[in-house]
Design a protein around this ligand. Sequence first.
Ligand SMILES: O=C(CO)[C@@H](O)[C@H](O)[C@H](O)[C@H](O)COP(=O)(O)O
Ligand SMILES: O=C[C@H](O)COP(=O)(O)O
Length: 955
Amino acid sequence: MTAYEAGTGDAANPLKQLARHGQSPWLDFIQRSYTESGKLKKLVEEDGLKGVTSNPSIFQKAMGHGTDYDPQIRQILADRIVDAGTLYETLAIHDIRAAAKVLHPVYAQTAKVDGYVSLEVSPYLARDTKATIAEARRLWIAVGAPNLMIKIPGTDEGAPAVQAAIAEGINVNVTLLFSLSAYKKVVEAYIAGLEERLSRGESVKGIASVASFFVSRIDVKIDKEIDARIAAGDREAESLRGLRGKVAIANAKQAYEYWQGIVRSPRWKKLADAGAMPQRLLWASTSTKDKTFSDVLYVDGLIGPETVNTIPPATFDDFRDHGRVADTLTQDLPGAHRVISEARRLGLDLDGVTRTLVTEGVRGFEDAFDALLGAIAAKQAAFLGNKVTKTTLNLPASLDTAVREELEAWRTKGNVRRLWAGDATLWTGRDEGNWLKWLTIVDDQLLALSKFEEFQAEVKARGFRDALLLGMGGSSLGPEVLAQTFGKHEGFPHLYVLDSTDPQQIRDFQDRIDISRTLFIVSSKSGGTLEPNILKAYFFDQAKKVLGDKVGSHFITVTDPGSHMEDVAKKDGFWKIFYGEKQIGGRYSVLSDFGLVPAAVAGLPLKLLLESALRGEKSCAASVPPAQNPGVVLGSVLGVAARDFGRDKVTIIASPGIYDMGAWLEQLLAESTGKDGKGLIPIDDETIGKPDVYGKDRVFAYLRLAEDPCPRQDAAFAALAEAGEPVVTIELHERRQVLEEFFRWEFATAVAGSIIGINAFNQPDVEASKIETKKITNAYNETGKLPPYEPFAKDGPFAFYADPKNAAALKAGTTAEAILKAHFARAGAGDYVALLAYIDRDTATREWIQKVRLSVRDGLKLATAAEFGPRFQHSTGQAYKGGPNTGVFMQITCDDVVNLPVPGEKYTFGIVKEAQARGDMEVLAERGRRVLRVHIHGDLKSGLEKLAQAISAAV
Ligand SMILES: O=C(CO)[C@@H](O)[C@H](O)[C@H](O)[C@H](O)COP(=O)(O)O
Ligand SMILES: O=C[C@H](O)COP(=O)(O)O
């Protein structure tokens, strides 16, 4: 008695009779309820079931619908923060293990011939040999059952992976085989894998493999071609009709014939003598698709020794009911050859069909996997409820359709996976892949949590009253959000963030802190940026006067390894040096030490914050299909709205409790996307108005803090949505979720950048202004004075400056009002007006700029940006100079009542600020931008008042 006869006994059950003919019926299906209810066990005991196969479509059917899996999903989500892919795999492994347990007795009774459960590698890897091998190895270990088979596609790339897996002793089910030629390669891979083991002196016993030959799909394709030709009146109609429903089985029989030759060959004999088991042919795709054929056609017709048929449940039942058992596989082989040659004679393209079927098969499994992961991600979001932020889109129909199309394109191209894999061709194909460490930084930070917590305890123990962070842009805006959003924490210093060269503003901060009890955080990624260097020099000097030799112990730095600031910190005996990641650009650095160190200093709950960020990361993971991926959805809305609809003004409004998010977002969006004449123009904190004050160039992003919403904002957004404006509402259930949003917006920005078609990770035009500023400060150091700079007009306290081209356009007027009128008259639909104020940024000036921008917005119906220099130069400045030429700029400068020295330099902070304004103006003008500078002489307060009146009159 062979192993195949082990389960015989019930003469009335065709399924059981198969064993006598050497065929093992497997079930092409898996579902939790089957295993848990004992149904699978019953099939084994009553029907002689000998194995189970799964594939992405099967799991999609099982997990994508119903509630079978809900309890385990809830339990996993309660314990861990995971992505949809991990969730799927955990559920799948659970099922596979459970089925393997049920089938283990078969495995034992048949001496390892049968009793297997198959689990397929990710279909996304079907064309990647190395990744398939790694995945096979990983799944093999993760499931940890001897009667597991790893399914690997029999593609050109899959065959070498089969060989490698077999050589490692992993049981393999080779799937997606349609053609004899592909099958031959797979047989070779199996044999070569076993030979590899033998040559290393390893055993080949007990290693099992099946080659899954797909049957019915071939008839579906060929018969369609036949029907089309008959319908078109083909002369060979009769002969063609005679082949309907025959080619697939004939093709399978040829494969079997080949197998028979193999197992008789001396090469195989050697392996068999060493105890190897032959790789059996497994008939897959055996449900009947054409209802005019027998419903058990592909079981009845393929019965033969040492084969497997994996049968879907309905066909399984049909075959139990009326299957006919006979040795059909070996019957009439000449007939099978005739069918194939007749098909060739008639020009039916079997080779082409099998090639197409491989491509379609891979695609089909990818689609099914996408659908499955999408369903899991949606379920996950629903179960997590308030633990994650919630996004609602209100988009006009045309934008909505375009966004859906974009999401589908991202899905079919596998772009989310490409992004995670660092594929630079998603952007401009240059060095973008080197700038993506932010994708996984949260995982690293969680691993390093104890480092931050120890530091936090040390800060607390030292009893600092204040902490002053000195930095610009990416090194200051994230910490500023943390400081503003989470406030002061008992026992920890008050965190202040200074990002200005305005002497008055520096003095304001100095007045707020007690230097003797202050921890200074010098934050500079490159370590070479002018502002943090001179601010450090200034405060170090000031602190030295108070602290003497201990001054270094009040300073820490966060900087990239090897930077100038690292040298400074070492030389000056800083208390600590924290390092950034070189593969993260400044504006993507908030979840690296650039955000974590100030968070630790301020006494924030680091673990909770990082966990929130991790939720952001996991919800945007490579496994989460675009339509369920919050980062891709948001990025697609922003990218498509700008690219296809001219809606490039991303208007960001946040609830009061998280208002500062906008300043961080401004930099992220503008600096990442505003270049090559394209990009998103962020409009932050422009008080929300009635629908009629807006042009058709906006997308609105509402960051709503559900725990403390603003009813006025709610009502205004409802009105905008009602009026058909595109509104994205992101609901944060608690403040902590700003960390989740940090990650999501970073991801969305990368996506939008890809859609717009720019490099989302460089900032060429910010560098340009820095160079111009440096030229001016260097000149000052050499000559002790600034180059001459003449206004083209003066009126009262105002002096107006511009480059010759802009001056020519504005010179007609001589009064402030006329000049401003002429300037603003240059703005038209789709443009924006940016006020760039190089003045102290305090409550009064912020209110002033807000009032003025609203008068401009309402007067001109244009988007407005209200910015303070020099901080915006490290942020939106990139888009102003490098983005679309739609900005109309007005610099506002003032006399400095206070001036402060920069230790070691001839220039002062006042000179630096002047150099920055001039440098930026130079570059703006050089890029052909409409720009005007208004300098306020004398008292700033009254000057600003007058300017506000003049602007209001001009618009
Ligand atoms: O590959 C195996 C078994 O190794 C099967 O699970 C295989 O994927 C299925 O039989 C087919 O996908 C089902 O195909 P079809 O009936 O949808 O044409
Ligand atoms: O956004 C980045 C700013 O330009 C500051 O750069 P940094 O961190 O290298 O000093």
